[in-house]
Design a protein around this ligand. Structure first.
Ligand code: DMJ
Length: 537
């Protein structure tokens, strides 16, 4: 028998899933989307208030959490790339030394939270100690989104303190050679000392689609700030290569070949290795003030493809794997934002959007984002109140009895074998995607239900991830209230998770979504007009 919420859930499962080959559930009536009249807010427990103000006590609690995390890092590991709060030590991504990964990823959160003394010390470290002259391998994508992105937003938020831009230019110049491949796609790693792109050992030309297509906001904003068109063209060329690779149905396989510029035979995922490709299609369009039609078209075609392939019931083309990465939860807010900013008849939609303001495609995207966010929230309904890295959904004929699972239609792999070590899927590593979508959904609707969800998640983090002596750690098993911790505090906890939680409780004038675009690591860039015309259309 099918789970309680199959009708809605299957739409969400399909969107969240890996596409593998043949669609095996085609034609089942249970997977069809019910046509309901569109409403921006469907929940019975909606608490609408478009003129909301900041919730100061909650913001203070989130700032206290940031200080608890940062002060421990500063005490034990200042300047190191990564932090291990249980062992009270740091580590670097390369034996050649650190590149400011943790400090730079966190500094704009300090600016936004008004943490002046912490900010001054971090700035001083960047001005006096940071060097990118490291003879080791660093990931092109991660270095761009965390370090280059962090420097650029710190530059903007500091009223253009030149130290941040100087460091950003130094870093970008060391990274640019990674794009010098036959196709123009970057290599996945870069040696910042040698100023050379580096391939993976197992396949010199392989790069994941998300990694190749999630560099554009950063290099384009830097180009805008410096008037150096080279940054722009190198990053933009990647998008042309992706477009020319002609994806039959608008979705992108997760690997590309930097030599040929083609997709390689691989899965299609909206989660790991695919996720931010979809995110940056919309954000590139937004960053240049909705002037580059090519990105709007690519974005819209791709969202349409999500509806027509991943939501498809009878196409007999694909096998869906009913599996959802936590990572995919970014897409909920992205779909809602895209509906409001790219699929509307009006320049600025109401809060929440009126039916008359959105196109039919906009309403479809909104609905899908809305349902996906509900699903993501539901996966937080675990014993710890935190969501696993990966959940699976029950499907008809899988031989599993969903009714034995707390009435839920999702499960974490391995949880059926109680008493054994939790599977790798069962971790919560302080990821931000759900609170990111809650922030966007709240800004677009004024529905306080989203603040309530976010507050609950924050409290669960406090309860299960906080390390008393300082810092926060990942947990190994969200299904176990006595879970062990893993000795790592990811830098995105400070740059994204706590920042989005803080902004969820701020008023709407702080970093408004019609004036800022957040890069995939939550570093806000101001929307600007560009004089550079797209290379392609
Ligand atoms: C972040 O580093 C970025 O959001 C990236 O796009 C993928 N996810 C991690 C956080 O989960």
């Amino acid at each position: 028998m099918a789970p309680r919420r199959t009708l809605v859930r299957w739409v969400v499962v399909a969107v969240s899933a890996t596409l593998l080959g043949l669609w095996v559930l085609g034609g089942k009536s249970s997977v069809k989307l019910r046509q309901t009249q569109w409403q921006a807010i469907k929940a019975k427990d909606a608490k609408l208030d478009a003129s909301y103000t900041a919730d100061k006590p909650k913001q203070e609690a989130i700032v206290a959490a940031f200080k608890h995390a940062w002060s421990a890092y500063e005490r034990d590991a200042m300047g190191d790339d990564e932090y291990h709060p249980i062992g009270h030590k740091g580590s670097n991504l390369s034996a050649a030394g650190g590149i400011g990964y943790a400090v730079i990823d966190a500094i704009d959160t300090m600016q936004i939270m008004g943490l002046t003394s912490e900010y001054q010390r971090a700035r001083k470290w960047i001005a006096e100690k940071l060097t990118f002259d490291r003879d080791g391998k660093h990931n092109t994508f991660e270095t761009t989104i965390r370090v280059l992105g962090g420097l650029l937003s710190a530059y903007h938020l500091s009223d253009e303190d030149p130290v941040f831009l100087e460091r950003a230019v130094d870093l970008a110049d060391r990274m640019l050679p990674a794009f010098n491949t036959k196709s123009g796609l970057p290599l996945p790693m870069v040696n910042l000392h040698k100023k050379q792109g580096v391939g993976e050992d197992y396949n010199a030309n392989l790069i994941s689609t998300a990694e190749a297509t999630t560099l554009q906001l950063e290099f384009k904003y830097l180009s805008h700030l410096t008037d150096n068109e080279d940054y722009w063209r190198k990053a933009e060329k990647v998008m042309k290569v992706v477009k020319d690779a002609k994806i039959e149905f608008g979705l992108a396989p997760i690997f590309m070949n930097a030599e040929t510029g083609d997709f390689t035979m691989s899965e299609i995922r909206l989660g790991s290795r695919g996720d931010s490709y979809y995110e940056y299609l919309l954000k590139q369009y937004l960053l240049t003030n909705r002037t580059e039609a090519v990105y709007e078209q690519m974005y819209q075609d791709t969202m349409d493809a999500i509806h027509s392939t991943l939501r498809h019931q009878g196409g007999l083309k694909w096998t869906l794997s009913p599996k959802q990465d936590h990572l995919v939860c970014f897409l909920a807010g992205s779909l809602m934002l895209g509906a409001a900013r790219s699929r509307a008849f009006v320049e600025a939609v109401s809060v929440p959007p009126l039916a008359s303001e959105l196109s039919d495609a906009g309403k479809n995207d909104w609905n899908l984002g809305y349902e996906l966010l509900e699903t993501c929230i539901d996966t937080y309904d675990s014993p710890t109140g935190l969501s696993a890295e990966i959940v699976h959904f029950y499907v008809d004929g899988d031989g599993r009895d969903w009714k034995e699972n707390r009435g839920k239609d999702w499960y974490v792999k391995g949880m059926e074998f109680l008493g054994t070590a939790p599977s790798y899927d069962a971790r919560y590593i302080l990821r931000p995607e759900t609170v990111e979508s809650l922030f966007i959904a709240f800004r677009l609707t004024g529905d306080h239900r989203y603040r309530d969800y976010g507050w609950k998640i924050f409290q669960s983090i406090e309860k299960h991830c906080k390390v008393e002596s300082g810092g926060y750690a990942s947990i190994l098993d969200v299904m176990n209230v006595n879970t062990a911790k893993e000795d790592k505090m990811e830098t995105f906890f400070l740059s994204e998770t706590l920042k989005y939680l803080y902004l969820l409780f701020s008023d709407s004038s702080v970093l408004p979504l019609d004036q800022y675009v957040f890069n995939t690591e939550a570093h806000p860039f101001p929307i600007f007009h560009s004089g550079v015309r797209p290379l392609f259309s």
